[in-house]
Design a protein around this ligand. Sequence first.
Ligand code: GDP
Length: 140
Amino acid sequence: MAIERTFSIIKPDATNRNLTGAINAVIEAAGLRIVAQKRIRMTKAQAETFYAVHSARPFFGELVEFMTSAPVVVQVLEADNAVAKYREVMGATNPANAAEGTIRKLFALSMGENSAHGSDSVDNAAIEIAQFFAGNEIVG
Ligand code: GDP
C-alpha cells in the first residue's frame, strides 16, 4: 500500500459545538496523521468552487450557505491508503446510515450538517489540497 494524502474539512456544525479536538482524536486513533491544519472562514466563492460538482443539485444553495456559516478546519491527512481509510473513519454521508464509531455516527446532526468532509479519490484529494494549502504548509 502506498502512503497517500487526503483532504479533510471539519465542518461548521462541528466547529460550532467545539468538536475539533474530539474529531481529531478519532482521526489520529485511526492512524491518520494530520500533516497540515488551519481554521478558516470559507468564502462563498471558495465553497462554490469546492462543491462545483454538486452545483445542479437542489441542496447546493443550502450546502454553500452551511459551509460559509461558521469557521471550518481544513486539513491534510496522511497514511497508507489515506483516501479510503478516511472515508471509512467518516462513515456514510447520512449519519442515520453511518457505522458505529465513525465521525458521522458520533457527531453528525443530519445529511447536510454531517461534521466532516473527506476526498473521494486520490485525484480529487490533490485538487482539494491545492485549493487550500501551499506546498510549504504541509509538513509530513
Ligand atoms: P460525501 O462525499 O459523503 O460528503 O457526500 P456527497 O459528495 O454526496 O455530498 C457532499 C455534501 O453535500 C455532503 O457531505 C453533505 O454535507 C451535503 N449533502 C449531500 N446530500 C445532501 C442533501 O440531501 N441535503 C443537504 N442539505 N445536504 C446534502
